[in-house]
Design a binder for this molecule. Structure first.
Ligand SMILES: Nc1nc2c(ncn2[C@@H]2O[C@H](COP(=O)(O)OP(=O)(O)OP(=O)(O)O)[C@@H](O)[C@H]2O)c(=O)[nH]1
Ligand SMILES: [Mg+2]
Length: 330
């Protein structure tokens, strides 16, 4: 079942049932699912084409090979693909697949089983809560921050943005633009200053003003850039020193269009920093939405959000069942 935004954030109270009305909230969930499907239309089209080309008259090696190719093409990754095909073969051998509907239903179930469990919520229950956004260059960190801030504001939370990407000249400006758009203050210093100092200021400011959530932008980096990874660890230490237990979330952005390469980068990145979840961005730009399966399965991390466009509203809550349905169902 699609989660509403107030369910995405832990620490946001549910709207008054009488005020929202059960029907209205169901309508909201359906709307979210519809928009997720729109965002995944390229992936769905490809999946559909490939799956409808598979003839189900004989469950033989050919058929399983075709399914395997379909999943590999969709970037589900070798491990997940092998596991899914095995489950499908077992189901067929046990007589649980006799028609196309059962085939699709079983495929859905097997794909859903590939997702790592874990906590899909984003914890904003602290005063203030700190969300740190990390990832490789250009994967969508700053855009995602604008979108997250927008949704938090919609849920009635006050948000402060910290411009701790002091590395790239235009980065501070870019975050300031998002701040203006969503109506959140941005704490910044000049280009080239110490990101730790920016974060320190941001948290002090949030505390003195009673701001609910601080979202920290960081410079893009590769796990191989040792000084930059050290800098990230320092940022985390500065945060933890001011607020024990923070950052409460460290979200890793992964660009879905970079496929298996992005997956490798993400794995190494998450090994270096304590990541609490993934934001899978740019799903609208790829037919290979199966990368969500590979990332979750191979990284063992929950995907918490997906990006399906460049606009403020183009962020979706992630739910494995919905995601797989949106990818497979017409
Ligand atoms: N289509 C699409 N584009 C996106 C999405 N998310 C981000 N982008 C675009 O990707 C580009 C890079 O996004 P940024 O948010 O600047 O990425 P970043 O990780 O902050 O980049 P650096 O700070 O340079 O490391 C921009 O052109 C965004 O508009 C998405 O979900 N879909
Ligand atoms: Mg950025």
């Amino acid at each position: 079942m699609t989660r509403s935004w107030h369910e995405v954030f832990k620490g946001v109270s549910a709207p008054d049932a009488a005020e929202a009305g059960a029907e209205e909230s169901n309508e909201g969930r359906r709307g979210l699912f519809r928009r997720l499907k729109e965002g995944l239309s390229k992936s769905r089209q490809h999946m559909h084409q490939n799956l409808s080309a598979i003839m189900l008259d004989r469950f033989d090696a050919d058929l399983w090979e075709q399914l395997e190719e379909t999943l590999i093409f969709a970037d589900c990754g070798v491990d997940s693909t092998v596991a899914v095909v095995e489950r499908m073969e077992t189901a067929a051998n046990e007589g649980r697949i006799t028609n196309r509907e059962q085939f699709i239903a079983q495929l859905e179930q097997s794909l859903v089983e590939m997702f790592a469990g874990g906590d899909y919520q984003i914890d904003v229950s602290h005063e203030p809560s700190v969300i740190l956004i990390v990832g490789v260059n250009g994967t969508g960190k700053t855009t995602t921050i604008g979108k997250i801030a927008y949704h938090l504001r919609q849920e009635g939370k006050s948000v402060l943005l910290a411009a701790a990407d002091t590395f790239r000249a235009a980065a501070i400006e870019q975050l300031s633009e998002w701040g203006k758009r969503v109506g959140s203050p941005v704490v910044k210093q000049k280009h080239g200053s110490d990101p730790g100092a920016v974060v320190f200021d941001a948290i002090s400011s949030a505390r003195s003003k009673g701001v609910d959530v601080v979202v920290v932008d960081t410079a893009g980096r590769l796990h191989t850039q040792v000084p930059l990874m050290e800098e990230l660890k320092k940022i985390r230490r500065v945060i933890a020193k001011q607020i024990p237990g923070a950052p409460h979330e460290t979200l890793l952005t992964v660009d879905a269009t970079t496929g298996q390469n992005g997956l490798i980068q993400a794995r190494l990145f998450s090994e270096a920093v304590d990541v609490t979840g993934v934001v899978l961005t740019k799903l609208d730009g790829t037919a290979k939405g199966g990368i969500a399966v590979a990332i979750s399965h191979e990284l063992g991390l929950p995907i918490k959000l997906v990006g399906v466009g460049e606009k403020l509203e183009d962020l979706r809550p992630f739910d494995p069942v919905d995601f797989v349905k949106a990818m497979l169902e017409g």
